[in-house]
Ligand binder design. Structure first.
Ligand SMILES: [Zn+2]
Length: 309
């Protein structure tokens, strides 16, 4: 699937394209963050500049945050298993069945009722996925804030490859990504993206994040605990420091990176993603943008201009 022409069209004739990144999970089936093409270019640009600085002369004494003006991550769209179950009546059917059993309804009637309920659920499931994914697409499109006379944007969904094998958490009903992907595919492009490093990388400075820690009193003693829902960037020069945004939602950070990782492949001259999301990258691995797009992408910011005086 070559999506580069779609992107080139966006840049030349204002047929817009909007991206989204999705982090698949278990308790929450999917967490999706909308992204504009502009924000992808800005991220790639920032990656290049920071990589060049960190590759240069040792300036580890400098702890001023990089002078990039970064925005907080957009609020993610979430699709949970509970939302789908509610819409499909699974819980309601289960309760009804239990009540019938308590009332001593005979086996044949029970089976009959169950079959009927199952058919109803199948229909409802299809509708439910159609509905929740339509809401999600509307949210992604709205993020682009396009004027009314502009044609509907092309959507490119980057969805993490996580399959949910070997990691079931007891007590949570699971709903797969397959039906969500299928729905999005009808209305746009879906690209399964390797999730490597996306949950461990800061979306702003591309260094390693840590799980957020907090102080809690447990059994009368103060303890440091890890909060699984949040990550924290501890890089002293992270531009997010300027916005007091070093701690942020783990899933939203990952979803944003999944979009960047996927989009960076399409935009690379050698079809290789940004080095921070590559398994085999070293500190000196470089990323190169496709040449026919470089004329329209923002110029690299010269090193001096992003320094504080
Ligand atoms: Zn950072």
């Amino acid at each position: 699937m070559n999506l580069l022409p779609t992107i080139a069209k966006h840049l030349s004739s204002h047929e817009p394209v909007v991206f989204s990144g999705t982090d698949p999970g278990i308790v929450v089936t999917s967490v999706t963050v909308p992204r504009s093409l502009d924000s992808i270019f800005t991220d790639i640009n920032r990656f290049q500049v920071i990589a060049a600085i960190e590759d240069g002369p040792d300036d580890s004494a400098d702890t001023t945050p990089y002078a990039f003006d970064v925005n907080r991550l957009p609020k993610p769209s979430k699709i949970s298993a509970g939302l789908i179950n509610q819409a499909t009546f699974l819980r309601r059917h289960q309760n009804k069945d239990r009540r019938r059993r308590q009332q001593g309804v005979d086996e044949a009637t029970l089976r009959n009722k169950l079959d009927k309920a199952k058919r109803e659920r199948e229909l409802r499931t299809k509708k439910a996925y159609g509905k929740v994914t339509a809401v999600e697409r509307r949210y992604i499109r709205a993020h682009a804030r396009l004027p009314r006379d502009v044609p509907e944007p092309t959507l490119i969904h980057f969805i993490g490859h996580y399959q949910g094998i070997n990691s079931s958490i007891k007590g949570h009903s699971r709903r797969g990504m397959a039906k969500i992907r299928a729905q999005h595919r009808v209305h746009g492009n879906v690209a399964i993206t390797n999730e490597y490093n996306t949950s461990k990388t800061c979306s702003f400075c591309f260094s390693k994040v840590v799980l957020h820690r907090a102080r809690r009193i447990i059994l009368g003693k103060e303890r440091i605990i890890r909060l699984n829902g949040a990550v924290e960037c501890v890089h002293p020069r992270c531009p997010a420091r300027r916005k007091n945004y070093t701690t942020r939602g783990r899933d939203a950070n990952a979803a944003s990176n999944i979009a960047l990782s996927g989009a960076s492949i399409i935009l690379a001259s050698d079809r290789r993603r940004l080095p921070c999301f590559r398994r085999d990258a070293t500190k000196h691995t470089r990323y190169s943008l496709v040449s026919n797009l470089t004329v329209v992408t923002p110029e690299l910011v010269p090193r001096d201009s992003i320094r504080d005086e």
